[in-house]
Design a protein around this ligand. Sequence first.
Ligand SMILES: [Mn+2]
Length: 366
Amino acid sequence: MCAMPDERDRQARGMNDEAAPGGDPYTAYDDFNLPAYAGLPSFQKLPWIPDLEDLRAARPDVAIVGAPFDDAVSHRPGARFGPRAIRQASYHSGAINSLQLEIEPYDWISVVDAGDAPVTPMNIERGHAVIERKVADVASTGAVPIILGGDHSITYPSATAIARHVAPKRLGIVHFDAHADAANSTWGTLRSHGAPMRRLIESGAVAGRNFVQVGLRGYWPGAETMEWMREQGMRWHLMTEIEERGAETVIAEAIDQALDGPELIYLSVDIDVIDPGMAPGTGTPEPGGMLTRELLRAVRQIVGRVELAGMDVVEVSPPFDQAEVTAAAAHRCVLEAISALAAKRRASGAGPIADLGAGTDSSGGG
Ligand SMILES: [Mn+2]
């Protein structure tokens, strides 16, 4: 899958082909440039490199990681199917061109799909352990991991791995969500998807004052939990604040708060921060959320300004989705982050990488 296309393929760029219409029905397209629905469904048809040694050899700038785990949900299940749905939620193939940032990201950074953490069902501890190890392994290659959930409990092992990786530098977290996810437990389960943020603060992975939440609304958690959050120095921006001040102003403040001390940011996006009218495929939908366009703009704003150590997009539950709209929103959050990272690379004065979209050599396995 990662073999370098031959010269003829280079000229057949599929949906980006500027060449005159050809009469040759056997024009060759490599898998990367075939239509999105053909071939293997890695993220954006990027090289699939699940093996750690192969990943070390490829040395990508960014690696997608699937965390197909939903054993810790409190309500609707289905997020275990999220990584596959997000990977497939795109009609784009080949090189992409961000109109928002005026950049073809794969010209500037190499991005691969590192496959899934080897999760098995019905065992929360094992699921979290293998996710933590997978994220740690990917980070150890120098790539920025972008993790596709999975329920939100996966942020506990994932951000833990990133915090360990960046130490002694410190991590701040910007967390988009309808819910604070800072309960002590739900029904007595500490690894619940309602509790990962408390685990991260308790363990010391991130300081409470640098844990910043955006988009909270609705009727949970209770006052006791909010009081605990206050005691930790956590900062949060309710949906009502976004309504009153506008998302861009609020996000700018959230960045300042998360980076008040730390050098790096972990970005966690619960797709339920978007209004369920625009993102119905999720486990605990709460009416009155952000617009998809506001969230995509926020991802560009954050990744463009901070040093991103890792990111996750969680709580996409495909069985409850309609026409893949929720999976597409999650997919675009990832593309916006990739594009913003590429724009930063360009702005740093670094030159472009190889002129082929995948941006890696043929050393990848899988
Ligand atoms: Mn959440």
